[in-house]
Every structure is written in C-alpha cells, then in structure tokens.
Design a protein. Structure first.
Length: 368
C-alpha cells in the first residue's frame, strides 16, 4: 500500500512540475492575471494536452489545455499550478469547462488568494462528481506565486531593482562609458522582457540616454512600458525615450511644468499623471506604487540612478535586487558618483537569500 501511495505522490509531483515549467514560460507576460500552467493526463498516465495562460492574461491555462485536446478527456486528470477560476470575467469560469469536458480528477498546487475564487473551485467541482486534490508542490507554488501574492495582498506591483557598478563602486563618471559585459546586458534585457513596466527618473534618462527596451532576438515586442518620474517635466527632448514616446509605452509622473511641455508630451501620446509631493518635496514612492497597481502594473523593474535607488532602498520597496559589479576600475576623476548603499541592501534583505553568480568577468549578486 505504501508503495502505491509513493508512486502516486511521485506521479503527481512529476506532472505538476511540468505544469510549473509551462507557467514559468509566461511569467511577466500575462497582464493582471497570474501565469498558470496546466497538464491533462489520461488514465494510462499519457499526456493528452497542455496549456498555459495566454499573453495578456487570456485564454486561461485550463481553457487552453482543454480546447487543445485532440482526444476525448473522459476519465482524465487535470493538473493546474493554481486553483481554477469560478467566476465570470473576461472569460467564463474554467470550472464550467472542466465539468463539461469529462475530466474526473483535478489536482492544483495552490489556492488562489483572489476572493472571487479562493476555496470555491473544490466545492463546485466536488458537487459535480469530480475528485479534487490540492497542495501538491505547495512550497514551490508559494515561491513561484510570490509576486502575485504581493500584488493581491498589498495592491502594489512586485518590484525588482537593478544597478551596475565598477569594481570600486562607481555608477557614473565622465570617464565611464560602459560598465558591464555583453552577457550582463543580456540579463538586463531578460529582466526587461519579464517585467511589464520599468521605472526611471528623468535625471537618469538625461544623463545616460538609455533605450529601456528589450533587445533580445524576437522579444522586442515585450519591451516594458516606461514609467518616468519627472517632477518638473525636464525630460530631454533629444533623448531616445522622448523621441520614441507613443500612446502605449510611456507614463510620466510630474508635479509642475510649463503648459507648452505638457501639451507637447500629450501630443506625442504620453500619459501624464500629476502627482503630489511629500513634505520633502519628493514623490512618495509607496503612493506611486499604489497608483501604478491601479493602472494595472504588476511587475516593475527599477533601473534608476543613485538617487532613485537610494530612495527605494530607504523606503524598502524592493522585493528583489540585482547588483551588477564589473571587474573594471574607474579612475575617480571628474564628476564621479559612488554607490554607497550595499549596507542598505544587506539590511533590507537580511533574512532572505543572496545568490552570487559570474557572468563573464562581472559578479551578479541577487538579493531575494
């Protein structure tokens, strides 16, 4: 008997792991919906179909898997990384599809914390004669859905920080041309691909003139929306970011500015959000995050300079942080800036793990 139980657990873990692999492929690409993976398995343990959440959030993984099946699903088992939905939204409930399909057993890894769904799928499916099992690979699920849980519970985006420094911790000087290697650049582009939006100050744009897009082959269409903090609308009009503004890709938070500048930015298609300042005459970043959540931003990459990164660290808004450290040294001449906040990183992530990797000659420390 124990052997059968062991085989059953191993089988469930195996198929659920495959479902997570599918979900991972859509991380950061599903809009306000979580990335979900789904596997449908026949009575002889053969995979009948598979699906994952569509780009932008639809179709749901279960619908994709059921509709993709060539064979009939009578008597089959459905594995899903997250509790199937039970409510009408952009699409009908996945539980309705499951009931009609002939699936006899549903196994999911984690209960959905969305109050419209939580703990409801099991009741509905069980009433219709479907066996339901949950919490398979639950710890893996909690880790995978950490960003979604933060979104739902705190009503803010999941925030990843990133900064590059030389060996002697310089982040900018008149001599600094390029700090990190091509391999590190590819990781930066991957982070842009996996986050729906990117936060930066106009000051950093005016100094560095970055493109802020994803330039990995075939993935440029997944470049993040640019969120610019520009208190007095000082964005350089000759910058790449200004020239490439369109109706879908740029949100600018400002407090004051000349009417002429406001009209020009609006004409180009930028969405301007007038936002109050705190007592120190700065934007309150935590309030900005709540506003961005209301604007459907769920995964936010911060590619700020020293000041923005420092403020984010002091306000403890990072959920993850990537510190890129080059083997190059800066001569410390002419207008250089030192990143002195590693101690804050260590403090903010005191009880979390630190991963150190090498990319070419760069050292990447990931705090999460």
């Amino acid at each position: 008997m124990s052997t059968k139980i062991s085989k059953s657990i191993n089988k469930d873990n195996f198929f659920m792991s495959l479902a997570f692999d599918l979900a991972k492929s859509k991380t950061g690409l599903t809009g306000v919906n979580p990335a979900v993976g789904c596997i449908i398995v026949g009575e002889n343990d053969e995979i009948l179909s598979a699906g994952s959440t569509g780009i932008g959030g639809t179709p749901h993984a279960e619908k994709s898997a059921i509709n993709s099946a060539i064979e009939k699903l009578n008597g089959s088992t459905l594995y899903s990384t997250l509790e199937p939905c039970v409510h009408f939204g952009k699409t009908p409930p996945c539980t309705n599809l499951i009931i009609k399909s002939g699936i006899k057993k549903v196994i999911f890894s984690l209960e959905d914390i969305d109050p419209r769904v939580k703990n409801k799928a099991k009741k509905i499916l069980s009433k219709n004669g479907i066996l339901v099992k949950k919490n398979i690979l639950q710890n893996k699920a909690k880790l995978f859905y950490n960003s979604y849980i933060i979104n739902r519970k705190q009503h803010i985006p999941y925030v990843i920080g990133k900064i590059a420094v030389t060996q002697n911790n310089v982040i900018h000087s008149d001599q600094t041309k390029k700090i990190t290697s091509i391999e590190s650049d590819k990781l930066t582009h991957y982070l842009r691909y996996k986050n729906d939006s990117i936060l930066i100050s106009s000051k950093t744009i005016n100094i560095d003139n970055p493109r802020l897009d994803c330039r990995l082959t075939g993935l440029s269409r997944f470049s993040p929306k640019r969120i610019i903090l520009d208190k007095d609308l000082e964005l350089n009009q000759s910058s790449y970011v200004f020239k490439s503004i369109n109706k879908q890709n740029t949100i600018i938070f400002y407090n004051s500015g000349l009417k002429k500048k406001i009209n020009k930015l609006k004409k180009k298609g930028a969405l301007l959000v007038r936002f109050k300042l705190n007592k120190n005459l700065h934007f309150d970043l935590k309030l900005i995050l709540k506003k961005l959540y209301d604007m459907k931003v769920r995964n936010l990459l911060v590619e700020g300079g020293q000041k923005l990164t420092e403020n984010c660290l002091k306000q403890k808004i990072f959920n993850e942080f990537y510190l890129f450290k080059s083997n190059k040294k800066d001569p410390l001449e002419n207008n250089y800036k030192i990143f002195n906040y590693v101690y804050l990183l260590k403090k903010n992530f005191k009880h979390k793990k630190r991963i150190i990797n090498k990319l070419n000659k760069d050292k990447i420390t990931i705090y999460n």
